[in-house]
Design a protein around this ligand. Structure first.
Ligand code: VGL
Ligand code: ZN
Length: 207
């Protein structure tokens, strides 16, 4: 007899640079970690797939404001794939800022997806880069493991978590976001906008 869990836990970008003291700190970013560790332990007891994403940029990355003459963090620019926010330099490959927060229980993860490593494309979603076409490989992995539903936690609610959840729903996964396990950047109303976009897409938001 064998039982294949169909729900995967996906933890998004719980890295030092998104936590207090980091280069792109999300308010209370580290406060979610005990809750996330509980979710990881729960998933492990059910043998449910556990996936973590890691924002992983080269120093030359096009999303960094300081790679654009005369631009500042949080300015908007047009990239070949559309509008893009410019960010402070963050999650540079191999840096301490790119490392997972040391309190996060990383060992139980089955798969770590690194994203944002192509210099010319930013990548918020765990599934597709911001051009909406280049894949990370996560969809194929989940299909191979028989996953039909996903539960998401992580940073930041209104960017990488929302983009990941919206792609998951579009790909046909039943998608839930555990808001206790998320914190937001909230740039110009982005949190409210993304929460309503997720609701409109049929994503279950759990308080
Ligand atoms: C993120 C901005 C830039 C995120 C990553 O993890 O939400 N936000 N890179
Ligand atoms: Zn990034």
């Amino acid at each position: 007899m064998s039982y294949t869990p169909t729900n995967a836990l996906i933890s998004i970008d719980i890295q030092n640079d998104f936590c207090p003291g980091g280069a792109l700190a999300v308010g209370e970013g580290d406060a979610i970690i005990p809750f996330v560790n509980d979710q990881i332990a729960h998933a492990r007891t059910h043998n449910a797939p556990i996936i973590m994403t890691q924002d992983w940029h080269p120093a030359t990355h096009a999303s960094f404001a300081d790679n654009h003459d005369g631009k500042s963090p949080f300015d908007m620019v047009e990239m070949f794939y559309g509008a893009q926010v410019l960010w402070p330099r963050h999650c540079v490959q191999g840096s301490q800022g790119a490392a997972f927060h040391s309190d996060l229980h990383v060992n139980p993860a089955d798969l770590v997806i690194r994203k944002g490593f192509r210099p010319e494309i930013d990548s918020y979603s765990a599934f597709f880069e911001n051009d909406k076409q280049t894949t990370t490989g996560l969809h194929g992995y989940l299909q191979n493991r028989g996953v039909t539903s996903v539960t998401m936690v992580g940073l930041a609610t209104d960017f990488c978590v929302a983009f990941s959840a919206l792609d998951a729903a579009r790909l046909g996964y039943q998608t839930s976001v555990l808001l206790q396990g998320c914190r937001a950047i909230d740039l110009d109303g982005s949190l409210a906008a993304q929460l309503s976009a997720m609701r409109d897409a049929g994503i279950t938001l759990i308080d």
